[in-house]
Design a protein around this ligand. Structure first.
Ligand code: FHN
Length: 448
């Protein structure tokens, strides 16, 4: 229901006046704030909104191959007055928050980030400053964000919200200089920001207490680093435990997602559809689709294999990042079967090998030929994750030695593995000639 929350806007403006100073936080405080996130490693991204209805096709016209479903309004140049009618049809009668959370949990995901509002401007909760939301504009009239938050809390999964700064629906954010389907030359960005966007974000943080606010759509010229810093500072006052991605600022370096300058607002970098080549000192999370689209497209069948997704998780973890893997549910509330089956495969792998992933940190080097390494939180174990079977019965590992007289355990079989010192920095390890190799095999090596 629409009701302006002026106080939130005023608080934000007040911060804005004396802002630009970076939020003062000592590194150890940041370490405490980030601890659960760094341990989590694996999360579910959910892109869900009105765009799931056209699912890549508008009045018989199909999106080109490779175009993403949630951008249909822009890609097919659909007028706001036409697109917004989709809200009358949004009735996901098969949506089951507990089921979604269970699918994420069984896959080994520790947090969920859902699009509370994507670029199309439609909100998945009952926003007090908007009529363009699930309660006021759709026949469904259920607070999707609250149902997911409750289910996630119950399951011990952290609930997080994506929020698009750019908004193709609000008249004051609809400047034609940004996109051709926008048509308000008198758009008043400050009005949108202070009386709509900030109150919406405030509602989300206060009412649902998300663990992460995941911003996007920051590249438009109306948004500046200064506004990003103001918003970061404001949100940290609202909830000092909140974690915020770097897209609150202007520092993101294209799809590689890391910051192109220092002192930008935000806690972690956001490579998109990419995995960093090397590790980074700055926290990062690689977000990725399972096929080519974020929002559901009925004709997108370019699915990555389960093997590829598991190897991505290993690769990201070994390089010290998090992996945020996307699903694009259908308009009726169902998750595509192709996504469910891949998540099940990943879940099966992490059930056995998860201790090499969760709470681990990176080991240098993170990889030696086809062996990835991670280090346990207590630094007692190095995990060697072999991603390709080898014909020999042993592998040589360089750079460290197992603790004297210790045992190496093969996680899939729980068998003890023979090892032999070759030199002060090299040993060989019996790979057991694994017949049913699967995607990757983990060896747990005691080092301290
Ligand atoms: O434009 C969006 C896109 O639709 C999707 O939400 C991705 C996810 O990271 N981010 C944007 C582009 O950077």
């Amino acid at each position: 229901m629409k009701k302006f929350t002026i106080p939130a806007a005023l608080i934000f403006i007040a911060f804005g006046l004396n802002s630009c100073k970076k939020l003062e936080e000592v590194p150890s405080d940041k370490d405490i704030r980030m601890e659960w996130w760094r341990d989590a490693k694996f999360g579910m991204f959910i892109h869900w909104g009105l765009y799931a209805i056209p699912a890549g096709e508008w009045k018989g016209e199909k999106l080109e191959k490779g175009k993403i479903g949630e951008w249909i309004m822009n890609s097919l140049d659909i007028d706001t007055s036409e697109y917004e009618k989709l809200a009358n049809e949004f009735n996901p009668f098969k949506f089951d928050a507990k089921e979604w959370v269970k699918i994420a949990k069984d896959a080994g995901m520790k947090y969920i980030v859902i699009t509370s509002k994507h670029h199309d401007g439609f909100s998945l909760w009952d926003s007090k400053v908007s009529d363009y939301d699930i309660i006021d504009a759709s026949p469904y009239k259920r607070d999707i964000l609250m149902e997911l938050t409750n289910a996630a809390n119950e399951a011990g999964i952290k609930m997080c919200f994506y929020y698009s700064i750019m908004d193709w629906h609000h008249p004051d954010a609809e400047s034609p200089k940004d996109y051709k389907h926008q048509n308000n030359p008198d758009a008043n960005w400050d009005n949108y920001r202070d009386n709509y966007m900030i109150p919406q974000i405030t509602e989300l943080v206060k009412k649902y207490k998300p663990a992460v606010m995941w911003f996007d759509g920051e590249w438009i010229p109306e948004w500046t680093e200064e506004q990003g810093k103001d918003l970061y500072k404001y949100l940290m006052q609202l909830d000092p435990n909140l974690i915020i991605n770097n897209r609150i600022s202007k520092a993101r370096e294209g799809m590689s997602g890391m910051n192109k300058y220092d002192d930008a607002a935000g806690d972690f970098g956001t490579p998109e559809q990419e995995i960093l080549e090397e590790t980074s000192e700055f926290d990062w999370e690689s977000c990725m689709t399972m096929n080519d689209t974020w929002g559901y497209r009925k004709d997108d069948d370019n699915w990555k294999s389960s093997e590829q997704l598991i190897e991505n998780l290993i690769d990201v973890t070994a390089k010290g990042g998090n992996y945020l893997l996307n699903i694009g549910p259908m308009a009726n509330g169902e998750i595509p079967q192709e996504s469910i089956s891949r998540l099940k495969d990943i879940g099966d792998w992490v059930k056995i090998n998860g201790e090499a992933i969760y709470s681990s940190s990176r080991w240098k080097p993170f990889k030696q030929e086809n062996i990835y390494f991670t280090l346990s939180k207590d630094k007692k174990f190095i995990y060697a994750i072999l991603t390709e079977n080898i014909s020999e019965d042993h592998i040589k590992i360089n750079g460290f030695l197992p603790k004297e007289d210790s045992e190496i355990i093969h996680l899939s079989t729980n068998k003890k593995v023979k090892w032999e010192k070759i030199s002060d920095s090299q040993f060989s390890l019996d790979t057991l000639k694994i017949e049913d190799f699967g995607v990757a095999q983990t060896f747990k090596i005691r080092v301290n």
